[in-house]
Design a binder for this molecule. Structure first.
Ligand code: ADP
Ligand code: ASP
Ligand code: MG
Length: 417
């Protein structure tokens, strides 16, 4: 007997028929003798609709009320699954974030989980014939104010890992609309192939750099609490699954569990960043602080930074990226700081993409990035900025070249199946 968390995403609970399919998956594990907690997303498209309603009601709205509205999608699916499970003879009870409770910070709209109380779920496994706990993902409650919070888009992944840690689950299974983690988004590159295993560090980079298959915080949490995650498809028929075999999927685990480490594991890309260039900045000590200090104070994350070598020894150009959503605000902050920084002009671009190549194997291999520069140059793709770290490098390019670049790099590093 094992203790499992099973998480199902929006497409997997999109209507009552699919919720029935989910219930049969849960019954399959329940009948095998396991203790099961389920974490659910809202029906596909529901959260988008709720967010749009808030915007329609008032463009600038109270974040606490936004959370009151958008958390409702998960309340519905959790209740529905409990109903369907009971109907097929599996004892089940739904739990909203505030009921368990799942305590979070009060950063409404992107709250962080502080503590999950799994005691009641565990008690019911023992006392009520392994009653299945169906937990509404994405939502929690702020302890001091008692107000409902949400964890940011894609947050039910994080709910699932947090519940798994709280009940000391043996595994956290993420059921989604793909049968695992691929070398890159299979919707963009049909030749992408499924990875059997991926290290936490690599998955963290993949997610941070654009692969939206798992929320970034869920991986951070899994690393800290050593929760093994298995990503698999919810569309397989429960009846067709061989209980003794290993289903197709990807294990997200510690690096030590991976025997054969490739140099490059995956490619991610995002169009969610914007480029800002500051021209003819005075080249003197303290300038970087004068630029990036005010941006940090405004809570704007700066990512890639390139400073050109000064030609005249007096002025230089600085280019960097910020989240596209913060682009206008960043420009406004810089204009305000202009007299203090001292620069000639400010320009930027929203139509850029960041393509990233990820792999723990890069630590022990030289020249991995250099190959990419040449390959993109051969395709006439201009690189606007570069950033590197131990296990990844990122290239900023024109947005309309993004898909071509991803496909080119995917085959360059031998990832095509
Ligand atoms: P869910 O609703 O189950 O949470 P998501 O839409 O959040 O599902 O995540 C699954 C999607 O992530 C897939 O349909 C796929 O298009 C996308 N995706 C992006 N990058 C990858 C990748 N490297 N591997 C697998 N899926 C990826
Ligand atoms: N329903 C929420 C969203 O769409 C949370 C999730 O699906 O993970 O962001
Ligand atoms: Mg998701």
């Amino acid at each position: 007997m094992a203790r499992l968390v099973m998480k199902f995403g929006g497409t997997s609970v999109a209507d009552i028929d699919r919720i029935r399919n989910v219930a049969r998956h849960v019954k399959r594990e329940y009948d095998a003798g396991h203790e099961v907690a389920v974490v659910l997303s809202a029906m596909a498209g529901k959260t988008n609709e709720l967010v749009a309603w808030c915007r329609e009601a008032a463009l600038l709205h109270d974040a606490r009320e936004y959370d009151a509205v958008v958390s409702s999608g998960e309340q519905v699916t959790a209740g529905l699954l409990a109903i369907v499970l009971q109907d097929i003879g599996v004892p089940a009870r739904s739990w909203q974030g505030w009921q368990l409770p799942i305590y979070t910070s009060n950063a409404h709209g992107s709250a962080r989980i502080v503590e999950v109380n799994g005691a009641e779920l565990i008690k019911r496994f023992a006392e009520r014939n392994r009653e299945v706990g169906v937990v509404a993902g994405f939502q929690g409650v702020h302890k001091e104010t008692g107000r409902i919070t949400t964890l940011g888009r894609g947050g039910s992944d994080t709910s699932a890992v947090a519940v798994a840690a709280a009940i000391h689950a043996d595994r956290c299974d993420i059921y989604t609309d793909v049968d695992g983690i691929y070398t890159t988004d299979p919707r963009i590159v049909p030749r992408a192939h499924r990875l059997d295993r991926i290290a936490f560090e690599e998955m963290l980079e993949m997610a941070s750099l654009g692969a939206k298959v798992m929320q970034v915080r869920s991986i951070e949490l899994a690393m800290v609490h050593k929760v093994r995650i298995f990503v698999r498809s919810s569309f397989d028929k429960p009846e067709d699954i061989d209980p003794s075999g290993t289903p197709p999927g990807t294990l997200i685990c510690a690096e030590e569990e991976i025997v054969e480490q490739e140099v490059v594991t995956g490619i991610a890309y995002t169009k969610d960043e914007a480029q800002i260039s500051i021209r003819r900045v005075q080249d003197k000590p303290g300038v970087a602080a004068a630029i990036f200090g005010p941006l940090a104070e405004a809570n704007i994350n700066v990512d890639m930074i390139v400073q050109n070598v000064s030609e005249d020894g007096l002025t230089t150009d600085i280019t960097f990226t910020v989240p596209a959503a913060d682009y206008q605000r960043a420009c406004a902050v810089l204009e305000t700081a202009r007299s203090n920084v001292g620069f000639k002009s400010l320009d930027g671009a929203n139509d850029v993409a960041k393509v990233s190549v990820i792999g723990i194997g890069m630590r022990s291999h030289a020249g991995v990035a250099a190959k990419a520069f040449q390959a993109l140059a051969d395709r006439g793709i201009n690189i606007r900025a570069i950033s590197t770290s131990e296990i990844k490098f990122s290239l900023l390019i024109d947005a309309d070249a993004a898909e071509l670049a991803v496909r080119r790099l995917h085959s360059l590093y031998g990832l095509d199946k």
